[in-house]
Design a protein around this ligand. Sequence first.
Ligand code: ATP
Ligand code: MG
Length: 264
Amino acid sequence: MSHVIAVVNQKGGVGKTATVANVAWELVASGHSCLAVDLDPQGSLTISLGLNPDELAGRTIYEGMVLPPDHPQHRRLQPLPVELTGLALIPANLDLAAAELDLNTQYQREFALRRALAPLRETFEFIVIDCPPTLGILAINALAASDAVLIPVGTNYLSLRGLQLLLRSIRLIQQQINPSLQILGILGTLYDRRLAHHGDVMQELRRLFPPQGIPVFDSVIARSVRFEEAAMTGKPVVAYAPQNPGAEGYRQLTEEVLTYYGRQ
Ligand SMILES: Nc1ncnc2c1ncn2[C@@H]1O[C@H](COP(=O)(O)OP(=O)(O)OP(=O)(O)O)[C@@H](O)[C@H]1O
Ligand SMILES: [Mg+2]
């Protein structure tokens, strides 16, 4: 059975997609099978792994998760291979923007993703889900389908503020929908060591959360222009610029995740 990890934060631009792309890539590079799932209508994960969302009509998460099995366009989720890697991807495109409406009328709509992924949990050691920057029905589906949640947080004060809301939502999901959901950890991202307040935010995260039983990863992801360049080439930073400190951060993070699951 796979370990299913949702990468969630309702705040935009904190490195969710970069985290999924780099960790998924690195899991495969270190010999583990991994399925990356794009659950964002923006299709950023799909693009950053080198596929074109506009060419994938009929083969996305939408047909397998949102359309009910008796719908003529429903298709069982079919992971696509990411070229030259062992990584598999379930892509997304703008069709997924209709999910909110489409799921509204469905029975147990918060479990649509869990149902759709069930047959794939035998195939992959890890399934890593990239969520959109909202706490709507898509993120709820991701949290209902996952064993663990990884929370990237930009290391600036404003990013900290939204965290309490997110943690409250996760607690509600644990109480009402998915009691076995664990918090894998909070990950500091976009970190610039030249800025004193970034260090302060990391200290604050480490002071506040571990005593509440919410781990903060030792790994911190440095800010680097290489991330934008990498996304344009369709490869994550760990593959595009392996020497970059951001790539090193994601390698360390992947090791922490593997250690958590006792699989090193
Ligand atoms: N460590 C980093 N250093 C510099 N730029 C980064 C870093 N991580 C991600 N980026 C860039 O910042 C932007 C936002 O990152 P990303 O798309 O991963 O965030 P996100 O949380 O998924 O955003 P959204 O909420 O829109 O889905 C992207 O252009 C990405 O290339
Ligand atoms: Mg994203």
